[in-house]
Design a protein around this ligand. Structure first.
Ligand code: ADP
Ligand code: ADP
Length: 225
């Protein structure tokens, strides 16, 4: 089953009044349950492509089809709703709110749902248990190691039960041991929970944990390995 289909996707930015094309005619399918690594030199458009797939940004041309809907045609409000229900995000620098505890950070995406306060707590606590942080839920981000902060961020990505997880350099700020633990977790989300995962990485060791690697170069995607 196809989770996301990209059809002739292109993306340009305007710089100094000139359009610069970052992605050119990207055409590929992401299957449900895939664990895909996206590699390529700095500036090749990896984050741009990830943001298009996740509905953070819109293509200049082409279609991004999810369950028969072209998300590129949704207005901002509908796109935000789609993201909230379908996509979990993991970033290089965790993007946790420093004034909130781990538990409160994980609860945040649930504020947009119908769950009441107690249900939000329960869902967030379960997600933190899943990532092995049940004993540190009341810690603030600056009381946690980088690896632990990324686990909080993974719990936050999981808590809405999205089908798709996008991760932009999730191990880029971590030592080898913590990076390995994060990759083990991503692997479990994929194999145990069936999440479709797309991970941008520079790290060949991280990319090897994915089931397929695609390379971006000069705005074009290499063929399947
Ligand atoms: P990568 O993730 O592979 O390093 P990016 O997708 O971040 O590459 O960026 C690809 C190119 O697009 C770069 O040249 C970058 O400067 C440019 N770019 C990215 N975002 C914007 C933006 N919002 N406005 C203008 N140019 C951008
Ligand atoms: P991890 O296995 O997640 O990488 P570490 O081995 O780096 O964790 O850290 C061990 C313990 O030291 C952690 O449980 C954490 O409480 C504490 N710790 C590590 N780094 C920091 C930090 N930058 N600030 C506060 N506490 C930290």
């Amino acid at each position: 089953e196809v989770a996301v289909a990209l059809r002739h996707v292109s993306k340009s930015y305007t710089r100094g009044g000139q359009a610069v094309e970052v992605l050119t005619d990207i055409d590929f399918d992401i299957q449900s349950g895939d664990f895909l690594a996206l590699m390529g030199p700095s500036g090749s458009g990896k984050s741009t492509l990830l943001n298009l797939i996740a509905g953070i940004d819109k293509p200049t041309g082409g279609q991004i089809l999810v369950g028969g809907t072209d998300i590129a045609t949704l207005d901002e409000a509908d796109l935000a709703d789609w993201r909230a229900g379908n996509v979990g995000f993991i970033f290089q620098f965790y993007n946790l709110m420093p004034v909130l505890t781990g538990l409160e950070n994980v609860e945040l995406p649930l504020m947009l749902t119908r769950l009441n306060r107690r249900e939000r707590r329960e869902h967030a606590a379960l997600a933190l248990e899943m990532v092995g942080l049940a004993d540190r839920m009341q810690h603030y981000p600056n009381e946690l190691s980088g690896g632990q902060q990324q686990r909080v961020a993974i719990a936050r990505a999981l808590v809405t039960d999205p089908t798709l997880i996008v991760a932009d350099e999730p191990t880029g700020d971590l030592d080898r041991k913590s990076a390995g633990e994060i990759l083990d977790l991503l692997d479990r989300l994929n194999t145990e929970l069936g999440k479709t995962i797309i991970m941008v990485t520079h790290d060949a060791r991280a990319a090897e944990r994915a089931h397929a690697i695609r390379h971006l170069e000069k705005g074009e995607l290499s063929s399947l390995e």
